[in-house]
Design a protein around this ligand. Structure first.
Ligand code: NAD
Length: 485
């Protein structure tokens, strides 16, 4: 087991109490893989003390100098990608290839916002009815940002938040998920090694039940960016609204892929399999519902099952593994519970539905890729987020019925349509009530410069990624200067 210290006030520290929290390897639960400090509430408050001081200097640092730190950190992530990917795969369970891709994309986030902020402007000049008056709107950082992140993309999610927040001149307190704190600490180390001044970033590892009040209650929090479950996100949204603190929430999804009768069916099957079972379905944008036009339902199902049969669950770091384990025993049990519930209601298991028989995998949180048929819209597995390698199929009779099925959900994160008909593609893009729309593409997989975020219960008014993200991390000040006599 490796001990990984956390970053507070520019120092790598253990908890003052000497207490640690074990981090499991979901591929083999017998021995913990890492341990991280279990900070106490007063140590969390200290992270805010440092962040407050760090912000005072960082906001005045020239944006080009801030950009240089981010660019340096990006280069370090690329240089260290092999080792970082191993740690991501070890604490999260995704495959080495997935973890490597995640590391490079985290580097892209840093590089993108370094360019955007370093080489861009910070406001606009405006006309003014008053003569000899120059008026401008300038964007300023907002202060200390609390970033709370989940376990499923343990490096990208912090990078997606920290890159725009820091580039814009804010300080950040990062609270990574308890299951996967080591990935976020790699990001912190890259930023620290690239010269991020002390205090501008603090990483708080600890037990949420113990440090929750110190973490959420600090009066110096200017904004909260949260990615995670609706259960926690909705609670935080209400709490911070009452304190007039801006809140960005990236929450759950129940993403549908629609296969129309004219689609290229082999391509649709290949793409849906990737969208549903990449990262063992543990992506907020993963396809978990497939709505297929009845005339091609049988053929599409046959092709999809052939694709699924090729996905081999295995150890994350082993060569040739197609899908790793789920992130924790609790999560695996929840996913198996969803499958069991669907079967009890009459769903047919067309593939998977159970844990692999392979003895080598017996100590990990594995679930075989699962396809369920005979599911209707009132099944929990059709309505609730499963967040695992489970996809349910439902046949419809028309484009209109398909769009209605997509929109018959409290969520609104991502949706895809497979068709060769331009009109159907454009109508789908206009009518689907989701923040991310894909045509003949996977529901996940958006570049760093693509605005990202869900509608309805999946999100909040602030998008992440691209130039949109900077709206959340900045405030606008309007300045009028009269220079006449
Ligand atoms: P979670 O809500 O359980 O935890 C998210 C984070 O909140 C973790 O860091 C956790 O420790 C912290 N947390 C939990 N309770 C807290 C409390 N009382 N006070 C302060 N912090 C608290 O979510 P999870 O299980 O880690 O992640 C899976 C969820 O994340 C899924 O619902 C998934 O859809 C969602 N997600 C959404 C997106 C998106 O962009 N929409 C992306 C990835 C994941």
């Amino acid at each position: 087991m490796r001990s990984v210290e956390t970053l507070v006030g520019g120092e790598w520290v253990a908890a003052g109490s000497g207490e640690w929290i074990d981090v499991q390897n979901p591929a083999d639960l017998r021995t913990p893989a890492f341990r991280v400090p279990a900070l106490a509430p007063d140590e969390v408050t200290r992270a805010y003390d440092h962040a407050e001081r760090g912000f005072a200097g960082w906001r005045r640092t020239n944006p080009l100098a801030r950009a240089a730190v981010l660019t340096g950190a990006s280069a370090l992530l690329r240089e260290r990608a092999g080792a970082i990917a191993e740690d991501i795969a070890t604490e999260n369970g995704k495959t080495r290839a997935e973890a490597h891709g995640e590391t490079l994309k985290a580097a892209d986030f840093l590089e993108y916002y370094a360019l955007l902020v370093g080489r861009g402007g910070y406001g606009t000049l405006l006309n003014d009815v008053r003569p000899d008056t120059r008026t401008s709107a300038q964007q300023e950082p907002i202060g200390v940002v609390l970033a709370v992140t989940p376990w499923n993309d343990p490096l990208i999610t912090p990078a997606r938040k920290l890159a725009p927040a820091l580039a814009a001149g804010n300080a950040v307190v990062l609270k990574p998920a308890g299951e996967t704190p080591v990935s976020g600490l790699h990001l912190a180390r890259a930023l620290h090694d690239a010269g991020l001044p002390a205090g501008v970033l603090g990483v708080v590892t600890g037990r949420t039940a113990r440090i929750g009040s110190a973490l959420l209650g600090d009066a110096r929090i200017a904004a909260v960016t949260f990615t995670g479950s609706n259960e926690v996100g909705d609670r935080l949204r209400t709490e911070f609204a009452a304190r007039n603190i801006r809140f960005q929430g990236e929450l759950g999804g129940k993403n549908a892929s629609v296969v129309l009768a004219d689609a290229d069916l082999p391509k649709a099957a290949r793409t849906v399999a990737a969208a549903s079972f990449g990262q063992a379905g543990q992506r907020c944008t993963a396809t978990s519902r497939v709505v297929v036009e009845r005339s091609v339902a049988e053929e599409f199902t046959r092709l999809l099952l052939a694709e699924v049969a090729r996905i081999e669950p295995g150890a994350p770091l082993a060569a040739g593994t197609g899908m790793g384990p789920l992130a924790s025993p609790r999560h695996r049990d929840g996913v198996l519970g969803h499958i069991e519930g669907a079967v009890k209601r009459g769903a047919t298991v067309l593939a998977g539905g159970d844990v692999p028989a392979d003895g080598d995998l017996a100590h990990g949180c594995y679930v075989r890729p699962t396809v369920l048929g005979d599911v209707t819209a009132d099944f929990a597995v059709w309505r609730e987020e499963v967040f695992g390698p489970v996809v349910a199929l439902c046949a419809v009779d028309s484009f209109e019925e398909a769009v209605a099925a997509v929109n018959d959900s409290g969520f609104g994160l991502a949706a895809a349509v497979f068709t060769q008909d331009l009109t159907a593609a454009h109508r789908f893009a206009d009518e689907a009530e989701c923040g991310q729309i894909a045509v003949n593409l996977t529901t996940p997989g958006w570049d760093v410069h693509h605005p990202f975020g869900g509608f309805h219960a999946s999100g909040s008014p602030f998008k992440e990624q691209g130039t949109e993200a900077l709206h959340f991390y900045t405030r606008v000040k309007t300045v009028a200067i009269h220079y006449g006599a």
